[in-house]
Structure formats: C-alpha cells, structure tokens
Write a protein that binds this ligand. Structure first.
Ligand code: DP6
Length: 303
C-alpha cells in the first residue's frame, strides 16, 4: 500500500487571507492562483501492518502531517501506521507556499496508497483541510478557489506566463500563515478588503479571459499591497517584507519593463511577466539572488 505523488506550489494572484471557519479552513474570500512548474513537492506514503509507528521525513511539520494522515485513514477506515517521505524542490517555509504543494502531494499519495478513488473535487476538498491554499494545487494551470474547493479556470498551456521567483531569504519565517490568518480580523482595513475582493476577482477574470497582461498585473499588485496592508495592521502586526523586498520592487518599477510583483507570507518576491520578457527581467538581478523560473503547471498527480 504505497503511492508517490507530486504537486506544484501556487502563487495567488488574488490572495486568501482570513478564514470563515478555522478548523475546516473555509476562506472568507475567493482566490485565484497559478500553479508553479519549478516549485514541486514529491511525497511517498506507505501503509504497512509491519510499521509500529508513523514516521515523517525530518524537517517537516510531523504533527500537522499526521493530523492529515489521520483524516484520510478515517475515510478509508484503515488503521495501519504510515511512512511518509517528502522532499521539496525549493526552500520550505519561506513564503513559497510549501504547505500548498506539501498537502496537495500528501493528499493525492495517501488517498491512492489507501485505495480511495477520489475525483479532483474531492481531492481538492481534502487537501484544503490540510492547508487552505493546497486545494488550489490539485487542479491544473490557472485555478479559482471558492468556498470548499478549487477548480481549473484554464489549463497551463492557456497563457505562457512566468513567475520569476527571487529567493531573498531561505530562513524559516517567524509567523506561519496559519497563525497570521487568525489575526486578520483585528486589522481595521480587513472589512474593506473583503468588500473589494469580489470586484478584483471580476477584473482578474476579465484580464485572464482577454489575456490583457497589463490589467492582470495591475490587479495582482493591487491585491498584494492590500493584503500586506492588512497583515501589517493586524494585532500583532505581521511584517513579511524586508529591505531587500522593497529594493526589488523599486528596481522593477525603475526598469519600466512589463513585470508585476506579488509576495506571499515571506520576503521573497514573485515577478510575473510574459515569456518574451523573461530574460530581461532575470538580467536586472544578475547574480544577486537565487532565481527560480516557473511556468504555469499541471496540478497534483500520481507518479
Ligand atoms: C498569503 O494556505 O498557508 O499565501 O490554510 O492556514 O494553511 P492555511 O494557510 P495558507 O495561507 C496562504 C496565505 C497566502 C495567500 C494565498 O496563498 O492565497
């Protein structure tokens, strides 16, 4: 009873921040993301009557992973212990949504190892219980998450965009996004954000439908700035950016190139551009930062 799955991380163009239900990780607002081809988690899950206890690869959040494994064992009505081996192709816990790719890969591998026959929607619901953003790493390409599950808006081949990810810091972040969501309500700007998001979702969907890159980029930056405004005005405030993050933003704005930034719960900067501008964007940063070039990717799948 063994299966291996891979899953991509995803970058949110409109971000998920704040939960309607903490335990079930139901979001207060819809979000839209793109799966990332070069930020991948590979996870093998094995269940065996010979295992005396559950084991998880070192360096990963064992408690949270085993809580999720318990959920899937309960659905399958199987009590065997598990061995979980997982690795990321990118630095974990630096705001690169390692929990998204991690819980998507874990869900697909564990369900298959236990012989559960789940469709994409059910896998997305289940992955969400492990980490909200993980539900967006199940479907392919450009993905929308509303309420309990996520679905594909467009396949990866729809638009040849790039997410040029600059790794500004590899260190584990101080406050996890899970903890951060809980404080969202304390920001005086949070209610305003929730009112604005539906309009932004419509604008982003229209930009995607028309492949209007400038409009897409403008909405992405607006939502990023808005969510970080909320984070920084929560109690306690969350400052995920640092001076290098700001330097990168200044450099791309000065370049005049058609490239837009977005940032999750960490200092690293995702630069969104079209394929034709990839080289020029990379050239701005020369050898200053480790760079991961992502294309739109398929969602989670068995290997
Ligand atoms: C800022 O999905 O990591 O990256 O549901 O508690 O696991 P949990 O939170 P998580 O939150 C991601 C927050 C974000 C924005 C986004 O990816 O939409």
């Amino acid at each position: 009873m063994k299966a291996t799955a891979i899953a991509p991380a995803n970058i949110a163009f409109i971000k998920y921040w704040g939960k309607a239900d903490d335990a079930r990780r139901l979001p207060l607002n819809p979000s839209i993301s793109m799966n990332l081809s070069a930020c991948i988690t590979t996870t093998t899950v094995e269940f065996s009557p010979d295992f005396e206890k559950d084991t998880v690869s070192e360096g990963f959040d064992e408690k949270r992973i085993l809580t999720h494994i318990d959920r899937i064992r309960r659905i399958a009505k199987i009590n065997m212990c598990s061995k979980i081996t997982t690795k990321n192709s990118f630095p974990a816990s630096a705001g690169i949504a390692s929990s998204a790719s991690g819980f998507a890969a874990l869900t697909v591998a564990a369900a298959a190892a236990l012989g559960l026959k789940l469709g994409e929607l059910e896998l997305s619901v289940l992955a969400r219980l492990g980490s909200g953003s993980a539900c967006r790493s199940i479907p392919d390409g450009f993905v929308k998450w509303e309420d309990s599950y996520a679905y594909s808006l467009y396949p990866p081949s729809y638009w040849d965009l790039r997410d040029i990810l600059l790794i500004i810091e590899n260190n584990v972040k101080d406050v996890s996004s899970s903890a951060g969501h809980e404080g969202a309500y304390t920001s005086p700007f949070f209610t305003k954000r929730l009112q604005e998001v539906p309009k932004r979702i419509s604008r982003l969907e229209a930009a995607l439908a028309k492949k209007d890159f400038q409009k897409l980029g403008e909405v992405i930056e607006e939502d990023c700035l808005d969510v970080h405004h909320v984070m920084q005005t929560q109690s306690p405030p969350l400052f995920y950016w640092n001076e290098k993050t700001r330097q990168v933003i200044r450099a791309i704005k000065k370049s005049g190139l058609p490239v837009y930034f977005t940032i999750d719960a960490g200092p690293n900067v995702h630069l969104i551009c079209e394929a034709k501008d990839e080289k020029q964007v990379i050239d701005i940063f020369g050898n200053t930062y480790q760079i991961i070039v992502n294309k739109p990717s398929r969602g989670a799948r068995l290997c």
